[in-house]
Design a protein around this ligand. Sequence first.
Ligand code: GLC
Length: 664
Amino acid sequence: MVQPSSPRALLARWLSSRGNTPRADPAFLARFGYRFDAIADLVLRLYAPRLDDPDAFVLRVADLLAGAHASRPTELRAGDAEREARVAEGREPWFLEPGLAAYMAYLDRFSGDFRGFRERLPHLERLGARIVHLMPFFPCPAGNNDGGYAVSDYLGVDPRLGTVADLVEAARELHRRGLYLAADLVLNHCSDEHPWALAAKRGERRYRDYFHVFPDRAAAERYGRAMPEVFPETAPGNFTWVPELDAWVMTVFHRFQWDLDWSNPEVFVEMLGILLELANRGIDILRLDAVPYLWKREGTDCRNLDEAHDIVRLLKACADVAAPGLAFLAEAIVQPSEIVRYLDSGRVEECQLAYHASLMVLLWDALATGKTAVLSRSFGEETRLAPGTGWLSYARCHDDIGLGYDEEKILRAGFTPRAHRRFLLDFYSGRYPGSFARGRLFMEDPRTGDARISGTCASLCGLEKALEEGDGAAVDLAVKRIMLLHGLAASLTGIPLVFSGDELGLVNDFSWLDDPALADDNRWMHRPRLDPEALARSEVADTVESRVMNGIARFLRLRKDVPAFAPDAPFEVLHAQDEHLVLCLRSPKEAAAKARILVAANFTAKSRAVRFQELPAGLGAPARDLLADEDAPSVLEPGTGEIALGPYALAWIALAAPERKAGA
Ligand code: GLC
């Protein structure tokens, strides 16, 4: 290998040979100069062993960045400048703007295609969502394609959904309305019908090296001996025999999703080019799909390895040079302590946003048990984030609910981990006597007893059962539970995220069973179509759809102007004497900014009370419940010092400033 030059010398070389062209933008060059060391350093750390000429490789990356920036549309560059300026002025980054809320949907199920998308925007505006995540809309094989997560062309658009021009226009339309577009970068794997995989099957060495290929089963198994399985029921193992290659290929997810070998610098360059091109189409947030899996090492579980973090850092440093308005969302559904590592903003940043998967599971835990100890204990220090980063807080998404949270916390809450998990699985699959839930087990593994849970928010909250039984009181309770979970996602921390269909209280959709391409993946039961009739009912008073839609919209509207509900405003979980309540104190980031808010929630069907005297002194007196209205008159009873909480009720109690002692 040729010895690498120092980053400074290399930068000087690049600038003198290419950078000082009249087209070079001074802002670009400044950003480039600032990040060049980090980029060169990360490239060497990750790829030195596989590079014959590291300087040439770094210069190639530099050319890629300059090219991408040169073709970045003017309006996006103007947006970059605004986003950079707001941080320079000391304000929070654009994606942490107070009041933002997110929505995620499969385009075909949401609006048919890109042409129908525009017509659905008033619905999103009525809801109050401003970040719209469209799930993969790229070309993918017919049949089972894992909901588009088996991508066969990262730069195309699935012709059933529209064209690249439609995508660009959708982004423009969102921007005109003050909304943002999020999209996936499915970077851990591609479809086995992607041209890279096809070329590998044709015997092209260059492309065979894009994947993890093993000559025989023993070699594959040796490599993957500590790798857990993602889909043990339908895609057991982590390797697939590919006759055309006469070899085994690593396929951590499905057999048709080939893991890319990120230790190959060519894979990095390909993906970087794709990332920058997607950014140039107007995407504001890239969701890094399955990010913990990016790097593999023999004998490890091949998750969360340090190099996976280095790749994200390198991609982010490059994006910050060529498309600085872009944010990364980590899809890291792992232990809380591991998730936060993807958001660690050290000197070189990684992701800016992540799904608050731990909070999501804990909400469902509390709803099934009616007890909040696990939730209250887990939702603390270790989920606190570095400045400039934020959580997406949600009740449901398109995936299953996994129960992979901290056993220690379950023990400390007085439960036995194994039995507790079993209870939750039985409860949400409706087997537990008295359960209101109608979900199903996903990926049940008889060897370990593990499973995850599928089902829409509404069905897991009891709506499906209540409607079927024609039980009006049970319908009311189910709606309250749906509100409770969404209300907490809107107020505990982060940016609330609503999954398409949940805003209408849609129950499980069993049409998936009729489609052979979907029939072995019951996650489709909770990915309903946004049925126009349900949408219409959401505009008619007193229907379930309108109650849920208006309820969630109200949360999103009310929180917008509350400084204590800014996504990155501090929170503190208070110890509740009553084990069925959650109490969380939100404080505005600037001490001078108005009231602190006590979020109080009752996880049972019985009325309960928050006794103010039992709360820490100095909290301030309860002044007003921001959520109280004619239907739920104020819950404050100042005379008794108690706050009454009805069944599954949520209150956002503004606290009057604590009285100051004389002379203080
Ligand atoms: C992510 C997606 C999930 C998909 C998997 C494989 O976890 O959320 O739906 O199955 O990646 O791409």
